[in-house]
Design a protein around this ligand. Sequence first.
Ligand SMILES: Nc1ncnc2c1ncn2[C@@H]1O[C@H](COP(=O)(O)OP(=O)(O)O)[C@@H](O)[C@H]1O
Ligand SMILES: [Mg+2]
Length: 265
Amino acid sequence: MGNLLSLKNLTVEFSQNKEISLAVNKVNLEVRHKEIVGLVGESGSGKTITTRAITKILPPNARITSGEVIFEGMDLLKIKAEELRSMRGEKISYIFQEPVMYLNPILTVGSQISEAVSEHIRQDKEKVDPERRTVELLRQVAMPSAEEVFYDYPHQLSGGMNQRVMIAQALASNPNLLIADEPTTSLDIDTEAEILELLSDLQKEVGFSCIFITHNLGLVKKLCQRIYVMYRGSIVEAGDLERIFTNPQHEHTKALVKAYLRLAA
Ligand SMILES: Nc1ncnc2c1ncn2[C@@H]1O[C@H](COP(=O)(O)OP(=O)(O)O)[C@@H](O)[C@H]1O
Ligand SMILES: [Mg+2]
């Protein structure tokens, strides 16, 4: 069937005070249809920049210097800005660590999700009622009292509920790829477990592919079938979950697994 996404030798540089630094170094990464791939690495290893390069939502001092981003057979680095814009949020959606930073404080969560639904309808020429679809999405992300939450503002909701809102908004367009960048890092442990379970259930139900980014190996164990380990801008190891945990090859992966086992013991 081929892959949904293939990053080939993707390289991203930053220029700062006349210095060039390599944030992402010849990264190769594949996402198959309907799988959740884990992208693991310590803070600063290049996870966020790698996945933001996919749709070119990068800081102004970043530059993609080489590589390919093949998504559904097209190189996204070569398509027109306009085409890429319609791809972003439509076929490729993101969720991030601090949902409340990405939600508009002066709009109800319902109107924000409806807006995403309307945008999708406009692109896809589907005949659905945005508000009805929004309530459906809120139910789909297991939001308690979906009809009432529709009229709430982000500050009235907990971190976990706001993350559910972000997930609903991300799914409004039926994306083929969901990029989840440390989506549970700002949440407490119980809420984190709930969001992981939700992502796992939604993936099975809706069938999107997902890149799940985390610095916590324990989380990929719960969610992913395959893992990429990133270290200082490079992918140092990739493989099936089981193999990575039982037989890590790279020194950095060994250290991550050791730290995880110590915590889990
Ligand atoms: N705006 C920026 N200017 C310069 N360097 C940056 C900028 N944003 C990120 N970086 C650098 O790029 C590297 C990768 O960052 P990032 O992808 O955010 O790491 P991660 O998501 O794994 O924590 C880091 O070394 C970071 O310092
Ligand atoms: Mg990051």
